[in-house]
Design a protein around this ligand. Structure first.
Ligand code: ZN
Length: 172
């Protein structure tokens, strides 16, 4: 089903704004998809990727900040602590950086590939990445955190991205 290489959806694609569906039971297909997502993330030198970014509306996330690969199913934040501001980019919003205020520490619950519940405590960059990816599952993007000034600055770039993503959908 997903034998071909995954393609990153860019700002303007409707799937990026939709809520991803939870997965009831992790199957071989999901495991395959997670592996392909990890490959895509490494190829594009990302440190996190959520399924909606490759056009699939399910709650799958991969992340690796250089300390090992995490494959998470239905991840949710159960506790937050502190605050941090990191300048974030996003594979789906290329060329744009936004200062995002998030929790410094998060506790996340998810399923692993074997349908077992896992609990992760993350801080600093890893906490930032997990919050960013969980946002993707809710249809939220870094541009939603932009200040008024940042919004003005990125307006043209976003409009250009929207046109690019639209023309990509044209099957001609
Ligand atoms: Zn992103």
């Amino acid at each position: 089903m997903h034998e071909t290489e995954l393609k990153i959806k860019v700002f303007g694609a409707a799937i990026l704004r939709k809520k991803a569906q939870p997965i009831k039971f992790v199957t071989l297909e999901h495991r395959k998809l997670l592996s392909q997502m990890a490959q895509t993330m490494y190829t594009d030198t990302g440190i996190g990727l959520a399924a909606p970014q490759v056009g699939i509306g399910v709650q799958l996330v991969v992340a690796d900040i250089g300390q090992g690969l995490y494959k998470l199913i239905n991840p949710r934040i159960v506790k937050r602590q502190g605050q941090q501001v990191i300048k974030e980019g996003c594979l789906s919003v290329p060329g744009i950086c936004i200062r995002v205020k998030r929790a410094k520490r998060v506790w996340v619950e998810a399923l692993d590939e074997d349908n077992k519940m896992v609990k992760i405590q993350a801080q600093d960059l890893f906490a930032c990445v997990l919050q960013h990816e969980i946002d993707h599952l809710k249809g939220k993007l870094i541009v939603d955190y932009a200040s008024l000034l940042e919004k003005i600055k990125i307006k043209r770039k976003l409009a250009a991205l929207k046109i690019t993503s639209r023309s990509c959908d044209l099957k001609i």
